[in-house]
Write a protein that binds this ligand. Structure first.
Ligand SMILES: [Zn+2]
Length: 511
């Protein structure tokens, strides 16, 4: 660790330049941004970065980190070991309570036998079962809408490979897509409230059972009773990319169920069209999946740099460490995890002494519904009034271009000024509005200021999000380095403010 004396003359007051007008009743406070520390952060993060080696270890040595799997546990242990090596305090793997059983795929082989032989490019979906060795059977297309449909397939499902997803279009890819976000779009105000941002929350509640669901459940039971081989599932993208998350039950002791094998869209469609046109498709397949029920709890990785005169207040930074299993969880979300780890390493390496405690949290269970972050806050009600702000990264490998204020107008001038020294690195926008889909929502829902950075998309939506292509080669290392520097400076500045981050006024919305 290198300690450097800070030059007090290098502390400048930066007047914020607002990108868009916001309604703030109080006068806008000026942020004291320590440009000497900013310059040390940039030097440490851009010239002595450890982002690449950490990202490679997480993705290519530990590999996929499905919550509950041995990979997740290894990642928890390794990150806390790294925290200790950085010299952080209170580095712990902390249980957040019961999650359910773990799962890994240990083997898969599949091929089409008729009307011609071809290897089947597929991967099992998480928490689904195994075949009884190598099994051979016919593909059956079985759309189920009601109990009459179920009756139609009775007695026909022994060794069947069942297709229930729709035929999905594969469209030609002619159009150029922007991998970086244009300045114009970053500086364009988002659509007015109610136009709907955020992937999770709102309208996704489970109602009572409906007739279609009941018929489909009856069909699954019949398929198991008759000894069907597997469900074949379509991928949600073309170009040969296999995609998908979970399908089976995480509940300990529940039946393992039939395998669900996600196939490339092109092969799924080919099988579907042959069967529906009367051309028999015979398939041979072996699936070996394994469930883990020895420890049903799950864990977050935590560590901190203790504060000084405001040590009982916290600025938190985090990302989810868990991933889906088909790739190695590189852009979702080794990227965010490594950015946060590197931000802590940088701050420790330059020897800052923040006023508030800066605490890193790497969550698990995010992919199953932001569970690790929500349980952490449930387990620590004493922290709710003490957390000044939480910042999160979870939108792929792209560099940071700004941050959403999560409809907290008071946060805008704070971020505008803190982020101002990073305009040359492409950080330009503090957007008024909400973004969803990740762990900052756990904080926001409890009235704690929680924020998610805006990132360049690179190829997140096109190729890597929840696909088998989510691997190390798709990381943009320079972008991760930029992000770590920006995060380090952001949390440091928040930890040094006289006041906590302004909180939203009015009722808390489930954004
Ligand atoms: Zn994610």
């Amino acid at each position: 660790m290198r300690l450097r004396r800070q030059n007090p003359l290098a502390t400048f007051l930066i007047a914020g330049i607002l990108v868009q007008p916001v309604a703030v009743c109080a006068q806008i406070a000026r942020e004291a941004v320590d440009l000497e520390v900013v310059s040390q952060i940039r030097e440490e993060g851009l010239e002595r970065s450890q982002v690449e080696s950490m990202a490679r270890h997480l993705t290519e040595v530990i590999g996929p980190r499905l919550t509950g799997s041995p990979g997740m546990k290894q990642a928890n242990d390794w990150t806390v070991q790294m925290f200790a090596e950085f010299g952080l305090e209170n580095a712990v793997v902390e249980s957040w309570g019961e999650f359910g059983r773990g799962w890994t795929n240990e083997g898969y082989a599949g091929r089409i036998l008729t009307p011609f032989q071809q290897p089947l490019h597929g991967q099992p979906r998480a928490w689904t079962g195994s075949t009884d060795g190598m099994v051979r059977g016919q593909a059956v297309v079985a759309p189920i809408q009601n109990m009459e449909d179920v009756a139609r397939y009775r007695g026909q499902l022994a060794n069947a490979f069942i297709l229930q997803d729709n035929l999905a279009e594969v469209t030609p890819e002619f159009e150029h897509r922007d991998r970086r976000t244009s300045l114009e779009s970053l500086l364009t105000p988002p659509p007015p409230p109610g136009a709907g941002r955020g992937r999770r929350g709102g309208g996704r509640g489970r109602g009572g059972a409906n007739p279609i669901q009941e018929a489909r459940a009856a069909f699954v039971e019949m398929a198991m009773a008759e000894g069907a081989a597997a469900f074949l599932r379509n991928s949600n993208r073309g170009n040969g990319v296999v995609t998908g998350g979970g399908a089976g039950s995480r509940q300990a002791g529940a039946p393992e169920g039939l395998p669900h094998i996600a196939l490339s869209r092109e092969q799924y469609n080919q099988i579907y069209r042959n069967v529906t046109n009367g051309v028999p498709v015979e398939i041979e397949m072996m699936v070996e999946n394994r469930f883990y029920e020895d420890d049903l709890d799950q864990y977050n990785s935590l560590a901190e740099i203790p504060g000084t005169d405001k040590a009982d207040e916290f600025v938190m930074l985090g990302a989810h460490l868990d991933s889906w299993h088909m790739g190695t969880g590189a852009t979702d979300n080794a990227a965010g995890s490594v950015i946060m780890m590197e931000a802590m390493r940088i701050l420790k390496a330059i020897g800052v002494q923040p006023r508030r405690t800066i605490r890193i949290a790497l969550w698990s269970g995010e992919e199953q519904g932001l569970i690790g972050s929500n349980r952490y806050l449930d387990n620590h009600p004493e922290l709710h009034d003490k957390i000044s702000a939480y910042v999160n990264v979870d939108n792929g490998t792209g560099r940071l271009r700004g941050i959403w204020n999560q409809s907290n107008a008071g946060a805008t001038p704070v971020f505008e000024q803190i982020l101002w020294p990073f305009r040359d690195l492409g950080v330009v926008a503090v957007k008024h509005g909400n973004t969803g889909g990740t762990d900052h929502l756990a904080f926001d829902r409890r009235g704690i200021p929680g924020f998610n950075f805006i990132q360049d998309p690179i190829e997140y939506g096109v190729n890597t999000h929840h696909t088998e292509l989510d691997t190390f080669d798709h990381l943009v290392i320079e972008d991760l380095q930029q992000a770590a520097v920006v995060v380090a400076a952001t949390v440091y500045a928040l930890a040094m403010r006289d006041e906590m981050m302004p909180r939203k006024s009015g009722p808390i919305s489930d954004s």
